[in-house]
Design a binder for this molecule. Sequence first.
Ligand code: CA
Length: 314
Amino acid sequence: MTRKLLLDVDTGIDDALAITYALSQKAGDLIAVSTIFGNTELKTATKNTLDLLSLFGREDIPVYPGASHPWEKEEWIVNEHLHRIHGYNGIGDVRLPSSSKKAEEESAPDAMIRLCREYQKDLTLVCVGPLTNLADALKKDEEALHLCEKIVIMGGALTIRGNATPYSEANIHNDPEAAKYVLESDLPLVLIGLDVTLKTIITGSDIASWKEIDTDKSELLYGAAAYYYTGEFGDVIGGAMHDPLAYACALYPELIKDSLPICLTVDLEGESRGRTVTDRDLLNKEHKTTQYALDVDEKAFLDSFTSSIRDILR
Ligand code: CA
């Protein structure tokens, strides 16, 4: 049976690239997308996701909205820093045609639970935003989540400094309490953190090659990617592949060349808030729940990514 995947996103430009890559991969069947606050507000992430699926003629894939703010906050305010990275509309201020399709009534955590029960080991969850939806699902029905094959997360920084603070990676940083709840659970987790995403670099010329395809799709995706990957002198320089790499590692686990079996938690106090780290109790746990990626075959991934994106944009 073709592997089924649920992708949890805060779309977000690199989320948009991950969704596009997911649609291009016949080895996996993207059966659901759930949305969350993060790079942008929940409602914007949901709209971007619906519009992007529609652009590729995949309105058949249901979109389930989830958390609009972290556990410890009442709301999520998108700051200027995020606007600079993702644009005011979350996708580099590119205007995607509006989808006529609406998001589902069912919430993201409820959809995760239902699909875990339905597909069990045939289903992989891939979470590339803050972990609030996953934590809510875990809190509500831990038994259901244990039924899926594994959960692949874009998150964490173990051997490298963070990108939100010197200690913390952005997805973990955006809801450290939820991330701690997930990481301390017994779920089978695979973490694709900055340790590997920052060595998986798409070039400016790869991105520029999409523009030459000259279709509506290529124009729009190029516009979003160019916004995200533009350097300080205004040219498209490329950069790290965060979310698409996580999806690829879920579908093609052989891309992970080295990983550390570990039990992690998240620091909540002081300047290290959001840091992914272990502690004395977790260090001595016999069963290591997390596979933390330390090395990937970035060349194999980038070859697959760039050729698949060019194909789907034609
Ligand atoms: Ca994301």
